[in-house]
Design a protein around this ligand. Structure first.
Ligand code: DGL
Length: 265
């Protein structure tokens, strides 16, 4: 038993895709969330900048003496997880391994598409993760430079002209490609999943990296007897951006009202 909180780190609201699952499957856990919305998209930064910002976010969460930190961000997981594990004693669970395992498990055509931010795709980490799970996969990757920023600004619903136009422009490369599974390698992207399903077809299985990572964290804590033992967990939400904007999207997405605090690192 371990009653310390779980830290959740993202560049913005994308990590809510993990936080939502954590709230559902680990309701007794305290969760401390930090989304660096002021400096997002991390996908527009250099690897060095991503690593520096990730250290700052991790150090902030670590200052609460958390028992584990969920890197609920593909860009951090692919570009900075190794360094964070070297620098901190706290365990970090990233999104890559769990997402790749899930995608490799469900594909029937053995053709998997991966979309993520440019630094995540450039790292090759998702490709290596998938082919490491199964040697017989064909992996088609595509970087979507504008998706995360667009989602953060609230453009993610069916009927939103910008979201529909961008999804059509970026995902055209998957039409007729034979993929049956699309790995959403950026945690902001599941907010676009209905727009993506409308464009690519509902039969294309979408794997959310943030959702799979939350489940992997639950398994990690369960396997080490590190779950909390209390009636109900508390939540602390921090954003470096505008708390009102963050809270508005979070309320819609999580299905309950949250009051974020602003924290600029
Ligand atoms: N949610 C992020 C990810 O999973 C980051 C997007 C960004 O800030 O560019 O990659």
């Amino acid at each position: 038993m371990d009653n310390r909180a779980i830290g959740v780190l993202d560049s913005g609201i994308g990590g809510l895709t993990s936080a939502k699952v954590l709230e559902e499957i680990l309701p007794r856990e305290d969760i401390i969330y930090f989304g660096d919305s002021r400096r997002m998209p991390y996908g527009g930064h250099t690897k060095e900048e991503i690593r520096e910002m990730s250290v700052q976010g991790a150090a902030f969460l670590d200052s609460f003496n958390v028992k584990a930190i969920l890197l609920a961000c593909g860009t951090i997981s692919t570009n900075a997880a190794d360094m964070l594990r070297d620098r901190f004693k706290t365990p970090f669970i990233g999104v890559v391994d769990a997402a790749c395992a899930a995608a490799a498990r469900v594909t029937r055509t053995k053709k998997i598409g991966v979309i993520a931010t440019p630094p995540s795709i450039a790292s090759g980490v998702y490709e290596r993760g998938l082919t490491g799970c199964r040697g017989d996969l064909t992996v088609i990757t595509h970087a979507c430079a504008n998706f995360a920023g667009m989602v953060e600004q609230g453009h993610f619903r069916v009927g939103d002209a910008l979201a529909e136009r961008e999804v059509g422009r970026e995902l055209k490369c998957f039409l007729g490609s034979g993929i049956d599974t699309l790995l959403l390698g950026c945690t902001h992207y599941p907010l676009l999943s209905e727009v993506i399903a409308q464009y690519l077809g509902a039969e294309i299985r979408q794997i959310s990296a943030g959702v799979e990572a939350a489940r992997a964290l639950a398994d990690y804590l369960t396997g080490r007897d590190m779950l909390a033992d209390r009636a109900a967990g508390r939540r602390l939400w921090y954003t470096s951006g505008d708390p009102h904007t963050f809270g508005h999207t979070a309320d819609i997405f999580l299905g309950h009202h949250i009051v974020p605090e602003q924290k600029i690192l």
